[in-house]
Ligand binder design. Structure first.
Ligand SMILES: [Zn+2]
Ligand SMILES: [Zn+2]
Length: 297
């Protein structure tokens, strides 16, 4: 009790709210027929995959946060740069928040504790400054292994400016149609798809593993939209595994990208789960047990 500090209150973060509202309004312009073109749709789909699957899921999440695989440093930087193009903070803050989530999933140690409701986990947790999770020294304590890297610090500091530079380049190449589809609509879609991992994949779906205090689920439509990240109960059970889809129907697009890197000799020491079915497990119990093994090459 003597160490218990008076907890600082959460305060609304008007900058974040304004940024989200601005992007959502910009995305609505995609409905204007004059801003539609198939080339813009193709750009949207390519950047959706590049920034969400290759950038966030592979770069920020499986590589940087959980160290599920090793890649050459130039490739690691490239993956993390693609993640920065999703504009969900730079890598250091993203990794720190996500490690907090795993440190006490769905408890008061979790910045997006799903027990506080679907919309809290989806979005509301970000529109507040939560001193307990957002103070610099707290964030730093969760990513000390990465914070000395000057490139990651640079990306953390300038991720919005990098997005603006991308927007200007896209504007020069394809005009406002490209900007609306390739930046505004793409960011809004990638945001919600990422956020569904924290909300829908802690609410809907089935569990292969029963975990204490932890609401994580495998939600098939998040699995598809978020390139494998929706098999989130598997991920919570074995956070280091670079493969999230473990059963035959659990399609994991990001894992397929890792397989391509492995075939090219660019990914090694890949951590995966070796699963064993638990005989006669009741539906309310874990259906499998497993252990992390390494694929050498
Ligand atoms: Zn989770
Ligand atoms: Zn994770």
């Amino acid at each position: 009790m003597q160490n218990k500090k008076i907890e600082e209150k959460n305060t609304l973060s008007y900058g974040t709210i304004g940024f989200f509202v601005f992007l959502h309004i910009g995305a609505l312009f995609a409905f204007m027929p004059s801003l539609f073109s198939w080339k813009a749709v193709a750009l949207f789909l390519f950047l959706y995959w590049l920034t969400a699957s290759i950038g966030i899921c592979l770069g920020f999440h499986r590589y940087l946060t959980h160290k599920g695989l090793e890649v050459p440093q130039w490739l690691g930087y490239l993956l993390v740069f693609c993640g920065t193009l999703a504009c969900e903070n730079g890598p250091l803050k993203w990794v720190a928040h996500h490690r907090m989530h795993h440190g006490g999933s769905d408890t008061d140690k979790d910045p997006h504790n799903a027990k506080k409701g679907f919309w809290w986990a989806h979005l509301y947790w970000m529109v507040y400054f939560q001193p307990k999770f957002d103070r610099k020294e707290v964030l730093d304590s969760y990513c000390r292994d990465l914070a000395t890297d000057k490139f990651y610090s640079f990306l953390d500091k300038y991720f919005v400016m990098i997005q603006v530079a991308l927007g200007l380049a896209i504007l020069a190449i394809g005009g406002w149609s490209f900007v609306v589809w390739g930046v505004f609509l793409r960011l809004v879609v990638v945001y919600h798809v990422t956020w569904f991992v924290n909300s829908a994949s802690h609410t809907f779906g089935y569990k292969n593993f029963q975990l204490k205090d932890d609401l994580s689920t495998n939600c098939w439509w998040v699995g598809l939209l978020a390139f494998g990240e929706g098999w989130h109960n598997n991920h919570h059970a074995f956070a280091q595994s670079a493969r999230h889809g473990l059963r035959p129907w659990e399609i994991d697009m990001t894992w397929y990208a890792i397989c391509v890197l492995r075939a090219l000799g660019l990914a090694k020491n890949i951590k995966v789960v070796k699963l064993t079915r638990i005989p006669d497990a009741a539906p309310s119990e874990s259906l499998f047990q497993g252990e992390i093994i390494r694929k050498a090459a």
